[in-house]
Design a protein around this ligand. Structure first.
Ligand SMILES: [Zn+2]
Length: 150
């Protein structure tokens, strides 16, 4: 999936949950959710976030591969716990929303995901990154963000 599709879906879900649970600092909550919606692709040096963090991203890719540990629920929960300890459970929830949104979308791609890493159970679909459906989803999520804000 494209960077912007992940980003927009993360923003949409974060705003939705922030509103549903009347989160006090909605901007911070959405910022954390959006960040973790794009973070997992740091394990691929050609992704947008990977290009911005190059030697680091390359190393992660070399040692852990693309869509391995970094795309797993295990790491999502590790970040969740870290954020709960450091910033409280509200921001821990934002981490999970962002992370889940990323793994969820990637699960519909041909390459799929292994959310239960190190188990090899794979979820995959028929979508391709940068495809017309990817653009369509981006547009759909963008409309969702606009509608939820007005
Ligand atoms: Zn990904």
């Amino acid at each position: 999936m494209m960077f912007k599709t992940h980003l927009m879906f993360g923003i949409l879900l974060s705003i939705f949950f922030a509103k549903a649970f009347a989160v006090e600092h909605i901007f911070l909550f959405v910022l954390v959710g959006a960040f973790f919606a794009i973070f997992p692709d740091i394990d691929f040096h050609k992704s947008k976030i990977g290009q911005k963090t190059k030697p680091f991203s390359w190393m992660i890719n070399f040692f852990l591969g693309h869509r391995g540990l970094i795309h797993s629920l295990l790491l999502a929960f590790a970040f969740f716990l870290l954020f709960v300890v450091l910033f409280g459970e509200t921001y821990g929830a934002a981490v999970l929303i962002g992370y889940f949104s990323h793994i969820f979308l990637d699960s519909f791609t041909k390459k799929g995901t292994r959310p239960l890493w190190p188990l090899t159970t794979r979820l995959s679909g028929i979508l391709k990154g940068n495809s017309i459906i990817d653009y369509f989803l981006f547009f759909l999520f963008l409309v969702g963000v606009i509608l939820i804000l007005i």
